[in-house]
Ligand binder design. Structure first.
Ligand code: ADP
Ligand code: MG
Length: 323
């Protein structure tokens, strides 16, 4: 296995919420103690329900927000404040909404060249333009698109432009936060295939955020399942899809259409809603919704551990005959 291009160690982000003259603010742990590696040419998919901390993670990885605790490493070196400018070039982000993420008053030519204007002052105007045109063609758009404005494009084309912009500084890592969720189903796979093609050509590491397991099945090498800010299961894609260990993963999978319709699977319905991250219990955060939970689970939080893939559960699925 190649060495990681990027690693996160004990990454966490807390927010102080509420609070006024008489009551203290509460601490909301949007992301807690995440550890993972990203490798060149590979995709780590992060999955979980809305509100589990995925976008907070994306903002930390791209330093839009500073982690509350924990560290980020690039090529085995822990980054410090002095490394932030370089790090920000190496780790770029593609957002979910291709309508909100492009400035409507800028032509595509200006949108693509802006990162170079800011970060590569040594480049001439002609070099910048050549690079932007090259990128436009790499994402499957045509030369005549160069001088148009974002509103003249479809959602899928806009997402191509957002990907091209993210690649202008030749990053090593792309953080993709639900990059196809806002697109029509009919164009999702075209964009996913573009991303896979670019990954192969440019040897990019992807952190791919999605709540949609059929998308994850298509793109991931490794999968990290999050529940209320924490990793509850992590492993190779095949492992997670064929041998899910955490009851939460099992429930997520059972709600996803099967690739093979001849395989019968029981649908597990999760009881209750995702609890507020402000009243997470001492034990396993999933215990209140879990059909396998007992007093052990409610007493202390299980660690993420084990092989062939890691799971944070005292009673993983598959340890007995029960579902
Ligand atoms: P996801 O992307 O998985 O839907 P988010 O990362 O957006 O989840 O949010 C995770 C949790 O953190 C949610 O409970 C959300 O309300 C909370 N949160 C996110 N950003 C902030 C913020 N700036 N201030 C307070 N709470 C926040
Ligand atoms: Mg989100």
């Amino acid at each position: 296995m190649s060495s990681p291009v990027m690693s996160a160690k004990g990454l966490a982000r807390h927010y102080a919420v509420g609070g006024n003259l008489i009551s203290k603010p509460q601490t909301l742990r949007a992301v807690a103690e995440l550890n993972f590696d990203l490798r060149a040419g590979e995709t780590l998919a992060v999955v979980g329900e809305s509100g589990c901390g995925k976008s907070t993670l994306a903002r930390m990885l791209t330093l839009i927000e500073e982690p509350t605790t924990g560290s980020l490493m690039l090529d085995g070196k822990t980054i410090t404040k002095e490394d932030w400018p370089d790090y920000r070039s190496y780790v770029q982000m593609v957002f979910q909404d291709p309508y909100g993420s492009l400035n409507p008053r800028q032509r595509i030519s200006a949108i693509l060249q802006e990162p170079l204007v800011i970060n590569r002052p040594e480049m001439s105007a002609a070099e910048r333009e050549a690079k932007a045109r090259e990128m436009l063609s790499l994402v499957g758009l045509r030369p005549e698109h160069f001088d148009r404005y974002p509103h003249m494009f479809s959602g899928g084309q806009r997402q191509r432009i957002a990907v091209a912009r993210a690649l202008m500084l030749e990053p090593k890592v792309l953080v993709l936060d639900e990059p196809v969720s806002a697109l029509d189903l009919s164009i999702q796979s075209a964009i996913l295939n573009l991303l896979l093609d670019l990954q192969e050509r440019l040897n990019l590491a992807y952190l791919f955020i999605s709540h949609d397991l059929s998308v994850v099945r298509h793109v991931a090498d490794e999968v990290l399942v999050m529940y209320l800010g924490r990793a509850v299961e992590k492993g190779k894609k095949e492992e997670i899809f064929t041998n899910p260990r955490h009851p939460y993963t099992k429930a997520l999978l059972s709600a996803t259409p099967q690739a093979d319709p001849t395989v019968k699977s029981e649908r597990i319905k999760l009881s209750g809603e995702l609890p507020s991250p402000l009243d997470v219990i001492d034990g396993c955060a999933f215990a209140p919704r879990c059909w396998r939970a007992d007093d052990t689970c409610r007493a202390a939080r299980p660690d993420l551990s084990g092989a062939p893939h890691e799971v944070a559960c005292y009673h993983p699925v598959g340890d007995d005959a029960k579902v």
